[in-house]
Design a protein around this ligand. Structure first.
Ligand SMILES: NC(=O)C1=CN([C@@H]2O[C@H](COP(=O)(O)OP(=O)(O)OC[C@H]3O[C@@H](n4cnc5c(N)ncnc54)[C@H](OP(=O)(O)O)[C@@H]3O)[C@@H](O)[C@H]2O)C=CC1
Ligand SMILES: CC(=O)[C@@H](O)[C@H](O)COP(=O)(O)O
Ligand SMILES: [Mn+2]
Length: 384
């Protein structure tokens, strides 16, 4: 039996992970769950999966939940300390980090220090503090098992090979809902259209990131830390069918990829069963229905966020954390219809230009730098 704690169990990844558990109750036991504020869904999950402890980020919602289920045998925590409790629960073997945003960094570090293997969906953790996280994982001898579909694909395509054998990793991108459009056509697009991802049903923040291509930029940075490759070895290829989830080219020019019908339960399951594979009844890939697998260059004129992420990665140090913090704030403003599509990339460009970088930093420093970047955005759009 593998015991799992899920940080962000009420989200897109969290609920799909619980679906994997639901179909395999003899293999997995849920010991911890967390939500941001959706206590209605969390309560249902508690009733179904009977965890030992749960946490709700929002303090008032945590109190409300305690009142509602006071008769049940589950401890309820709140705030970031609550997330840390769920991340470090004694009985957990693996912690799935599926909260959205850099708020996942501290609980992930706590889980690593408590020697839990990490099934990592929360890419912002590696974007902001990749070196610190990977060093801590090495020191504590814990595995970081990628959940993000592209990184799971690379991880699977790497089996048995060493880093020195790699020429490049090729991240595939769907191109997002605005693929093929030009700046003039994209500039006034509203959130409802940006949320219509062509292939995946995901949370709002990552869906907007897909529309701007920042998701691919964050994934380039995530790949650097997970696979110890240089920015020049990471290539992005637009592949609108989202069947090839990513690829590795080796020094002998062979390319190995992982493919399949786009369903996040597959990489989630693999991270939870690794190194074993487990049967499931998910949709199988029908190549005759798909017909063609096509490839395009990413349009970085229309979607500058991808280049901005490469630039932040190449500059190194605290630049990726600044890029991420600003992006999180800007995406939230865009979702609230307070700013326009190109305010996102324009502002990230500005904040990267004025940032005074740090090259040696702790998690505490990164939290400060993240805050500074968010303040930059808040000041720029004060009063909107
Ligand atoms: N969805 C996908 O297919 C993929 C997602 N990812 C990554 O996985 C992560 C999760 O994405 P996704 O599941 O789509 O996101 P969702 O928005 O669907 O879910 C986010 C989860 O985090 C919780 N949460 C939100 N804000 C906070 C906060 N401030 N503090 C604590 N908990 C919070 C939410 O709680 P509540 O419901 O109460 O708001 C929810 O449980 C992201 O980093 C994303 O980039 C990676 C690859 C694919
Ligand atoms: C499912 C997943 O891993 C997402 O990150 C997805 O890849 C987003 O698609 P884009 O390629 O459009 O960013
Ligand atoms: Mn992805």
């Amino acid at each position: 039996m593998k015991n799992i704690s899920i940080l962000g169990s009420t989200g897109s990844i969290g609920t799909q992970a619980l679906d994997v558990v639901r179909s395999n109750k003899e293999k997995f036991k849920v010991v911890g769950l967390t939500a941001g504020k959706n206590i209605e869904l969390l309560e249902k999950q508690i009733r179904e999966f009977n965890p030992e402890i749960v946490a709700v980020m929002d303090e008032e919602k945590a109190i409300e939940l305690k009142r509602k289920i006071s008769h049940m045998d589950v401890e309820i925590f709140s705030g970031i300390e609550g997330l840390n409790e769920v991340a470090t629960i004694e009985s957990a073997h693996v912690v799935l980090t599926s909260v959205v945003g850099m708020v996942g960094l501290v609980p992930t570090m706590k889980a690593i220090e408590a020697k839990k293997d990490i099934a990592l969906a929360n890419k912002e953790t590696l974007v902001t503090a990749g070196k610190i996280v990977m060093d801590a994982a090495k020191k504590n001898k814990v595995k970081i098992l990628p959940v993000d579909s592209e990184h799971s694909a690379i991880f699977q395509s790497l089996s048995g090979y060493e880093n020195k054998d790699i020429n490049r990793v090729i991240l595939t991108a769907s191109g997002g809902p605005f693929r093929g459009l030009k700046r003039q056509e994209v500039k006034d697009k509203k959130v409802n259209e940006a949320l219509k991802h062509p292939k995946w049903n995901m949370g709002k923040k990552i869906s907007i990131d897909s529309a701007t291509l920042m998701n691919k930029g964050l994934e380039v940075i995530e790949a650097k830390w997970l696979f110890d490759v240089e920015p020049e070895q990471i290539e992005v290829v637009v592949h609108p069918q989202s069947i090839i989830h990513s690829m590795v080219e080796y020094k002998d020019s062979s390319i190995i990829s992982q493919m399949g019908y786009p369903d996040m339960r597959v990489p989630i399951q693999y991270a939870l069963t690794y190194p074993e594979r487990m049967e499931n009844n998910y949709e199988k890939t029908d190549f005759y229905k798909i017909g063609q697998l096509t490839f395009e260059k990413a349009d970085t004129q229309t979607f500058p966020c991808l280049e901005l992420a490469y630039e932040a990665l190449k500059k190194g140090g605290s630049y990726p954390a600044v890029l991420n913090g600003a992006n999180e704030e800007l995406v939230e403003l865009y979702i609230q219809d307070k700013i326009k599509f190109y305010d996102i990339s324009d502002t990230i460009k500005e904040v990267l230009e004025v940032h005074d970088p740090k090259y040696n930093f702790s998690v505490k420093d990164i939290i400060q730098i993240d805050k500074w970047s968010r303040e930059f955005v808040k000041n720029k759009f004060k009063g909107v």
